[in-house]
Design a protein around this ligand. Structure first.
Ligand code: GDP
Ligand code: MG
Length: 205
């Protein structure tokens, strides 16, 4: 057992209703997928611990409870975010067309000190559907959008097949860590005993 310092990172997940935000989080944190559509989830956030560059990191991943349909998520949702993940469905053009709105809404609500440098990540989800035959947004189109916003990293994922989910969230954690928020200083001061399990979960990525 060794003593480590814990860093708490707040990650928020945005995007149109139905694109798979909750499913991606469930797959990442609980290794579970459900076909059932549940617009409302009780918890505000889920947490996942991992080790990055010898640092114990707690990712606090905030989910919406269906209010994204009205784009009214409230300031508490955005406050203190260290990384913003935006998700669209590669099979639904409208979910891609609204990316600009989500990007702008985040910058307006969270008001980060350096909007140009603030870490965003784009996920194109549900690539498993129809073996890719029903997709309407090409990888190139998505990457062009990312380039136009200052080279946002892009991952294609399937929450259903657990494809690229770990890789995407590891990249999210690293981006959040690089942009660590000042208020995390409170948490950094708390030494934590690291168990073998926690170390393993970090190394698995
Ligand atoms: P949210 O509204 O963005 O949180 O979307 P949900 O996570 O609730 O997912 C909406 C629906 O899409 C549910 O029926 C999920 O089972 C389904 N879904 C989510 N991700 C995937 C995926 O990667 N592939 C497939 N085929 N279905 C998915
Ligand atoms: Mg949801």
């Amino acid at each position: 057992m060794s003593l480590r310092r814990r860093t708490l990172l707040k990650v928020i997940v945005l995007g149109d209703s139905g694109v798979g935000k909750t499913s991606l989080m469930n797959q990442y944190v609980h290794k579970k997928f459900s076909q059932q559509y549940k617009a409302t989830i009780g918890a505000d956030f889920v947490t996942k611990e991992l080790v990055i560059d010898d640092r114990l990191v707690t990712l606090q991943i905030w989910d919406t409870a269906g209010q994204e349909r009205f784009q009214s998520l409230g300031v508490a949702f955005y406050r203190g975010a260290d990384c913003c993940v935006i998700v669209y469905d590669v099979n639904v053009m409208k979910s891609f067309d609204t990316l600009d709105n989500w990007h702008e809404e985040f910058l307006k609500q969270a008001n980060p000190s350096d909007p140009i440098k603030f870490p965003f990540i784009l996920l194109g989800n549900k690539i498993d559907i129809d073996g890719g035959n029903s997709r309407v947004v090409s990888e190139k189109k998505a990457k062009d959008w990312c380039a136009s916003k200052g080279n946002i990293p892009y991952f294609e994922t399937s929450a259903k097949e657990d494809y690229n989910v770990d890789a995407a969230f590891l990249s999210i954690a690293k981006a959040a860590l690089a942009n660590e928020h000042e208020q995390d200083i409170y948490f950094q001061g708390i030494p934590e005993a690291v168990t073998e399990g926690e170390q393993r979960s970090g190394c698995a990525c």
